[in-house]
Design a protein around this ligand. Structure first.
Ligand SMILES: O=C(O)c1cc(=O)[nH]c(=O)n1[C@@H]1O[C@H](COP(=O)(O)O)[C@@H](O)[C@H]1O
Length: 279
């Protein structure tokens, strides 16, 4: 007998209400590995990942490993990522695989199976997706996520300044606004209580952009992943101001700012960031 999985949105809402809004980003940049005294190889990745996951347990709502920084080590790096995702599952820590995948529908199914399939070695609780080929092209991932109780995060307004030229195009009928509207429609139809399972990436550095473009981030209650806090300059006060009214939807990732004081400083950085975001 098959059991209906608990939707990702419900699991995430529970994690945020228990642990707060922080998501521990795990970005094993070569420079950080070096600063930590670790080799730039699979063993270095393994030790870096283990310290960040350990610090996240019981202190943060989720982890977000950056896939490219594992992928650059080929199959050995991906094997470390598989181990990390498995350890997170065992520890009960939600995972966001930051893979930023997106393809035409027929081959999107392959990416969906890789990150969201029940039997995939790389399965995560959720994965980041790029909607440049159209939100409709992402359907295989949205559908598989729903079947397996997993989630996705669709890039909406990204944290980097270069994104604006494409995402703001169209003004009141902006490209980003269309992505947000498609996500809202999916969540309304497939469940948006307490949160939808299809989230949006909206950078913490984007200021009033959503408001200026007439975008309603509350529509369909998408979880909102807000990179840009910490190393990219956004503060907790910026987040509170720009996400007022939708704060319960927000998951705040931070990567470099949690790792910059070396392995012995990670727990303190995580505790301080979690407290900063709870204030
Ligand atoms: O999807 C993401 O996570 C993401 C989207 C975005 O708009 N901006 C952004 O910085 N990110 C990711 O968020 C993380 C930010 O890292 P820090 O700036 O070190 O906190 C990196 O892994 C980025 O790839």
């Amino acid at each position: 007998m098959s059991v209906t999985p608990v939707p990702f949105g419900a699991r995430l809402a529970q994690a945020i209400s228990t642990h707060g809004h922080l998501c521990v980003g795990i970005d094993p940049h070569p420079g950080l590995l070096q600063a930590w005294g670790l080799p730039d190889d699979a063993e270095g990745l393994r030790r870096f990942s283990s310290v960040l996951l350990g610090a996240a347990e019981g202190r943060a709502a989720a982890i977000k490993p950056q896939v490219a920084l594992y992928e650059r080590h080929g199959s050995r790096g991906l094997a470390v990522l598989e181990e990390l995702l498995e350890q997170a599952r065992e520890a009960g820590v939600l995972s966001v695989a930051d893979a930023k995948r997106g393809d035409i529908g027929s081959t999107m199914a392959g990416y969906a199976q890789a990150w969201l399939g029940e039997d995939s070695p790389l399965r995560a609780d959720s994965v980041t997706l790029s909607p440049y080929l159209g939100v409709g092209a992402l359907m295989p991932a949205l559908e598989l996520a729903e079947q397996t109780g997993r989630g996705v995060w669709v890039l909406g307004l990204t944290s980097n300044p270069e994104g604006q030229r494409v995402q703001h195009a169209g003004g009141p009928d902006s490209a980003a606004g269309r992505v947000v509207a498609d996500v809202a429609a999916w969540n309304r139809e497939h469940g948006d209580v307490p949160l939808g399972s299809v989230g949006l990436v909206v950078g913490a550095t984007t200021g009033s952009a959503a408001k200026d473009l007439g975008i309603d981030l509350g529509a369909g209650r998408p979880p909102l992943l807000t990179p840009g806090y910490g190393a990219q300059g956004a503060t907790a006060a910026d987040l509170r101001r720009d996400f007022a009214g939708v704060w319960d939807q927000v998951l705040v990732p931070a990567s470099r700012s949690l790792a910059h004081n070396g392995p012995s400083g990670v727990v303190q950085c995580v505790v301080e960031a979690a407290r900063d975001l709870a204030a």
